[in-house]
Every structure is written in C-alpha cells, then in structure tokens.
Design a protein around this ligand. Structure first.
Ligand SMILES: [Zn+2]
Length: 330
C-alpha cells in the first residue's frame, strides 16, 4: 500500500535525499499564527479506512513541499533519518515523528533531521510539536535538537516551552552549544528527565528504562489508545528489551551491524553497546512485537542483509528505516 502525496509517490529505494515533508490535508493552519501551537493538538484529519502498510515520501517543488494527502491513515510513524554514527549522502541520522490522536511526538533528532522535520510540519518555526523525546546525548541522536532550539527561540520566543523528555547529558550538551544556553534552553523547552517513572507525553503514557550504551541511553515505550510504539535508542543486548517492546505494534530497534563491512573500525573493547540486526530481531521476537523497524544502520551497510539476519530470529513484518518512510499505525 502507498500513501498519495499530490500524485507523487515515492517508489521503493527511489528519491533518496528528495526530502520528506508533507502535511495532512485538513490541518487548520493554526501553526502559522505567531506565538503558539495549534490548540487542541495538530488538527490532523483521520480519514476513515484501511490500515495501510508503508511507504512514501515527497518531492520538494520550487523549494517548498507539496501539500499532500495520505489515504486511510489515522496514526503513523515517519522516518526522518535512518543512519547511525554519521549520515550517508542524502540521508540523515536517527529521527522519527510519531503522530497519534491528533498529536505529534518527535523521537530523536540526529544529523540532518531538522530540515526534514520542518518540512513535515510545514513550519520554519517548528509549530505543531507536542513533545520531543531524546534517547541519549550522542550527536547522531540529538545534534539537530539545537537547530530546533533556535527555530523556537528566534521564531516563537513568546510561545510556551515544548515538553522535552531526555537524559540529563542531552540537556547539558544542548546548553553547551548556545550562548546563555541554560536560560535559552529553559525558555524553549520544558525538560523532563529520562529515565523516569511512567509519565504523560502528549497523548501517550511514556515509560522509559536505562539500557546499556556508552552514555546513558533511555529506551522508551509510548502507549496510547490502542497503540504501543517502543524505541530502543542505542543499546547493547539486554534482557529488558523484551519488556520494553512487549506486544508493541511497532518496535523501533538499533540495527547498527557495525561489523557488516570489512575494515570498519571495531567498537571499543568491552560489552556490546549497539545491537546487530539479528539481536534486534531476537529482541522483537522475545517481546512479542507485531512489527519491527530496523534503524541506525552503519553507513554503507547492506540493509537487505540486515533484514535477512533479523528475519532469522523474528517472523513478524520487518521494515527498514528509510528517509521519508511512513509507517501507518492503528
Ligand atoms: Zn549512541
């Protein structure tokens, strides 16, 4: 199945780097008003109909993205970036937008994700975000949070702060990037530490847990009205991954596969701090997840090979993160 965007449909594997922005028809345009987000959520229309699988993207025309129509989708996850460590040409690093219940929650903002997010929102000031969740302070997961900070600071200074859920090192790194950083960050974002006890994030109940990585990484599980989406961030193998993704409709998992290409510098000695695709498949299987979205691919990796190794462990549907990919949910 596909979603239609002003008659332009991205074929699988095509159009890399074309950008991904799109706005669901029926959005009220409230994000254009100075000083505020759209009241009552994003105003996304929820067309009746099928729960279509995947795949789209859009083409920028004349520097702007076409207005679009996505058919038969009530909730969805859009991939902003699919690479780990640094982005491949035309791609970006980890980043996702989860739309559900008329709200938008951003998950991670690595290198190159912000222009794609702004295009998706149709707003240079990043209006229309209900919450931002950052798993950890590595730049391939959070550096464009600084760009988002500036979009809000210079574009919507009087607006209420955007809820930000992130481990403390994310906040510290963000503050270090800006003059008078602490004050600017405090005025732009309403920070909630991760991991933490279950809390509300947009329309979701947000659960979080510390998972093994080089610095504190918070796996997250977002549950709301018939939908569960879990995201590992970057993690080594850990039995808690089964609980994080328990019965999830979509499990987004690190599939770095750093050893796939000969000659790639080895990871630092010690326990593994990222997953292979096979380990991601195993985690999804143990969790009983319905679908698995592999992401955080080491640049240059053969993603189909990663899918194949994950499929050896997980019999459910396996999706490969790709810039512009939309995954309909619920
Ligand atoms: Zn990392």
């Amino acid at each position: 199945m596909i979603a239609r965007i002003s008659g332009l449909v991205k074929a699988e594997g095509a159009g890399r780097g074309e950008g991904i922005g799109r706005r669901a028809e029926g959005r009220p345009g409230a994000e254009e008003r100075p000083g505020g987000r759209a009241p009552g959520g994003t105003g996304l229309r929820a067309p009746a109909g099928r729960k279509a699988p995947v795949r789209v993207g859009l083409r920028a025309v004349g520097g702007r993205h076409n207005r679009c129509e996505t058919v038969g989708v009530t909730s969805r996850l859009t991939v902003l970036g699919s690479c780990g460590a640094w982005p491949e040409p035309g791609r970006a690093c980890s980043g996702f937008v989860l739309e559900h219940g008329g709200a938008r929650v951003v998950l991670d903002l690595g290198y190159g994700t912000l222009p794609r997010l702004l295009a998706l929102l149709g707003s240079p000031a990043a209006d229309g975000i209900d919450a931002v969740v950052i798993t950890h302070a590595h730049p391939d997961h959070m550096i464009d949070l600084h760009g988002l900070l500036r979009a809000r600071w210079f574009g919507r200074r009087a607006a209420p702060p955007v809820p930000l859920y992130a481990p403390e090192p994310v906040l510290a790194r963000l503050i270090s990037l800006e003059d008078d950083g602490a004050d600017v960050v405090r005025r732009v974002f309403d920070w909630h530490p991760l991991p933490a006890a279950a809390q509300a994030a947009g329309p979701f109940r947000l659960e979080s847990m510390l998972l093994p990585h080089y610095l504190p990484n918070s796996g997250v599980r977002l549950a709301g009205s018939g939908l569960v989406v879990a995201y590992t961030g970057d993690t080594g193998p850990d039995p808690r991954l089964a609980g994080l993704g328990r019965d999830a409709d979509l499990y987004i998992a690190d599939a770095t596969d750093r050893g796939q290409q000969p000659g790639t510098p080895a990871a630092p000695p010690g326990p593994a701090m990222n997953l292979t695709a096979g380990e991601a498949g195993q985690a999804a299987a143990t969790a009983g997840a319905r679908r698995l979205l592999l992401c955080h691919f080491w640049p240059g990796n053969d993603r189909q090979a990663s899918r194949a190794t994950a499929a050896a462990a997980f019999s459910g549907e396996i999706l490969l993160a790709d810039e512009g990919l939309e995954v309909p949910l619920g």
